[in-house]
Write a protein that binds this ligand. Structure first.
Ligand code: IMP
Ligand code: MG
Length: 207
């Protein structure tokens, strides 16, 4: 569905009986696409005459990555990485798995993310990429909820700073849904707290 066709009530999924609907459009596909094009041009300028590895965080950043690199005019390669969230002795722990180690060593790496919220995910990622001895690491994120930050992280390339809302579309999901929307929409009263989710899961498996 295009943002021009969006009407309140036209997009919702049922989550445990509660319907979770997109209440409004925050950024249209035209706004997103124009900004992605600008970011691609800036990266092309900043990395001229250098080779870059674009490392995307599964799954949300894939959508942004594929559009972004088509606006980058450089010799480049693409990698993916995933995040594992767990409770270790009751403490929230994020780790990441780099699948292709050889492609990072000695390279200029741009980490591509869909959204930075508290900053914990990016902080964990930077740490794991650093362990692979790249020449440089920069962070490129489409969205940033600056006001929610808990740990300081560098954001070198930013699409849009947004208020502390729960957003979906262009790769971002609510319970895995809505990734396919070409625009960024808002879900009112939705929140996602990975720590509580993990606690609930571990309580369930212990009982
Ligand atoms: P952080 O570790 O708190 O910075 O969270 C980053 C991750 O949380 C992102 O990679 C997303 O997977 C998820 N996330 C944070 N905010 C949103 C949102 O508004 N919509 C969808 N996913 C989100
Ligand atoms: Mg993500």
């Amino acid at each position: 569905m295009r943002s021009d066709d969006f009407k309140q009530g036209s997009l919702f999924i049922s989550d445990n009986g509660a319907s979770k609907g997109v209440s409004r459009v925050l950024l249209t596909e035209q706004q997103v696409n124009a900004r992605v094009q600008e970011l691609g041009q800036t990266l092309t300028r900043d990395y001229s005459n250098r080779e870059v590895v674009f490392l995307a965080v599964l799954k949300g950043a894939l959508y942004f990555l594929t559009d972004l690199i088509r606006n980058v005019d450089l010799p480049l390669t693409v990698g993916v990485t995933s995040i594992e969230r767990s409770l270790v002795d009751g403490e929230y722990n994020i780790s990441s798995t780099i699948r292709d180690h050889s492609m990072i060593k000695g390279k200029h790496v741009v980490i591509v993310e869909d959204i930075v919220d508290t900053g914990h995910t990016i902080a964990a990622l930077i740490k794991s990429v650093e362990e692979q001895s790249p020449t440089s690491i920069k962070v490129c994120t489409l969205l940033d909820k600056v006001s929610k930050r808990e740990v300081e992280v560098p954001v070198d390339y930013l699409g849009f700073e947004i208020p502390p809302l729960f957003v979906v579309g262009y790769g971002l999901d609510y319970e895995e849904y809505y990734r396919n929307l070409p625009f960024i929409g808002v879900i009112e009263d939705a929140s996602w707290d990975p720590v509580s989710e993990l606690r609930a899961k571990s309580q369930k498996s212990n009982s």
